[in-house]
Design a protein around this ligand. Structure first.
Ligand code: GDP
Ligand code: MG
Length: 440
């Protein structure tokens, strides 16, 4: 298969002290073959190839990086650039409208997304405005029931704008309103005009274009039509459980200057995941173990200290102590043993400091740590970076999303505060000791 020949070509670079133009050509050729087979638009493939070639030949690898790791890193970065980051979907009140061709998977996606939001502790509702297709109402209602979410539709009304208006009124209590629409393409002027009117009525925060993974070259022009009519903020690729890899959607992303939000991979409401670049790249290239590849790249970057995302205990001492820092620290502690024992091993750190802390400051049991992990999964980026924003209503939302009691969430916030306080006390002592302790 294609993935394995690409892997072979990459493996051929192993041990080379210099990578020639020919070597790069070979790698680029394999990547081109995989991407074209996955329906990625030719011009996008050419652009990617050009970027990889010029970077691999022009840029000097950082000290300590092998030429092979350097090429892998460039390839990976350029692929991430090609597929884009995930569309930002904040966990807050919003209205999302779905658009796309007949049968692309809009109604199924509406139910899947509603289910996904409900797992994040938000209350979703689906508003079904498809008056064209017989049985559209029943299908949407049934899927909403399966997702166990609120539903609004009116099988006796034939004006979708009116249904949308009444649906918004009827779903006031919901946090996230997902407006499903009838299928249409850009050639049908009447239907395009109709979706413009629905859009104007609903005024959504986000318009998502739903595309079948098998959509090939026509994705680009479809996307252009929808972009012109309503503006597209993100793309959903459906039916990735089939043989199609979904590369055609990248032309739509490029055309609308948007990103990919969700991936659908089955007919049940749970067959949905947030788009994530590295997994999607693996799928496109047919390389199951791209993760391994990127880990090697990451390791190389760690050695050269280039990855800004990398966690450094020093940063924690200097800047803000976030929940992400706390998670890292819990992981580190997990590898070292209980924190109080670790502290005992540090020269010059007597019992004095320990005695000043509340007894349970060190008591991060395995069970609590696991709960904390699950809770953090239901928190937004903002909340992880600045836990102080979490008040009662956010606590309730996080509790619903994580399935953990509110008490546990308050414990997590309390734990964070205590650790932060402890770190402040550490700041007075020698950096070296702290660093040694954290890095062990
Ligand atoms: P719509 O016309 O855009 O609303 O599309 P539907 O949601 O009605 O989906 C059309 C067909 O595709 C239905 O038979 C769905 O069950 C099926 N479908 C939708 N999404 C997926 C998916 O991710 N995987 C698979 N295998 N089938 C899907
Ligand atoms: Mg539908």
């Amino acid at each position: 298969d294609l993935g394995s020949s690409l892997r072979g070509t990459l493996d051929d670079l192993r041990g080379k002290s210099r990578i020639s133009e020919e070597d790069i050509e070979d790698v680029v050729k394999e990547i081109q073959r995989s991407l074209l087979q996955a329906d990625v638009d030719v011009s996008l493939v050419q652009e990617l190839s050009q970027n990889i070639k010029s970077r691999a030949l022009d840029e000097e690898p950082p000290a300590g990086t092998t030429p092979r790791d350097w090429v892998l890193r460039i390839v990976y970065e350029e692929l991430v650039d090609l597929v884009g980051e995930s569309t930002d979907i904040p966990l807050e009140e919003q209205t999302i409208m779905l658009a796309g061709l007949y049968g692309s998977g809009k109604t199924t996606t509406a139910a899947k997304m509603a289910w996904w939001f409900s797992t994040k502790g938000l209350r979703p509702a689906i508003i079904q405005t498809d008056t064209d297709r017989p049985g559209a109402y029943d299908q949407a209602k049934e899927m909403a029931d399966r997702a166990e979410v609120e539903f609004y539709g009116d099988p006796d009304e034939d004006d979708p704008v009116k249904i949308a208006r009444e649906g918004l009124g009827a779903t006031q209590d919901a946090d996230v309103r997902i407006v499903d629409t009838a299928g249409r393409d850009g050639l049908n002027e009447e239907l395009i005009e109709q979706i413009e009117r629905i859009e104007a009525e609903v005024n959504p925060d986000r318009n998502l274009l739903v595309l079948d993974a098998a959509m090939g070259q026509s994705a680009k022009s479809q996307a252009a039509d929808f972009q012109e009519a309503i503006g597209i903020d993100g793309v959903v690729i459906t039916k990735l459980d089939g043989t199609a890899k979904g590369g055609g959607a990248l032309a739509a992303v490029d055309e609308t200057d948007s990103t990919i939000a969700f991936l659908g991979s089955g007919e049940t409401v749970k067959d949905i995941e947030r788009f994530e670049p590295s997994g999607f790249i693996s799928r496109l290239l047919g390389m199951g173990d791209l993760k391994q590849l990127t880990e090697r790249v990451e390791r190389a970057m760690e050695e050269t200290g280039e990855d800004e995302e990398d966690w450094d205990p020093e940063d924690m001492l200097e800047g803000q102590f976030t929940l992400k820092d706390m998670r890292k620290q819990m992981e580190t502690m997990n590898n070292m043993g209980p924190l109080d024992q670790v502290m005992d091993m540090i020269p010059g750190l007597g019992g004095g400091l320990m005695d000043q802390l509340p007894d349970n400051a060190m008591d991060v049991t395995q069970e609590r740590m696991r709960d904390f992990e699950v809770i953090m999964e239901s928190m937004t980026e903002e909340e992880l970076e600045n836990p102080r924003v979490v008040g009662q209503s956010r606590t309730e939302r996080i509790a619903r999303g994580s399935g953990k009691p509110e008490e546990r969430i308050r414990e997590l916030l309390q734990q964070h505060k205590q650790m932060e306080q402890m770190l402040k006390q550490f700041q007075g002592m020698g950096d070296g000791d702290m660093e040694r302790m954290m890095k062990q």
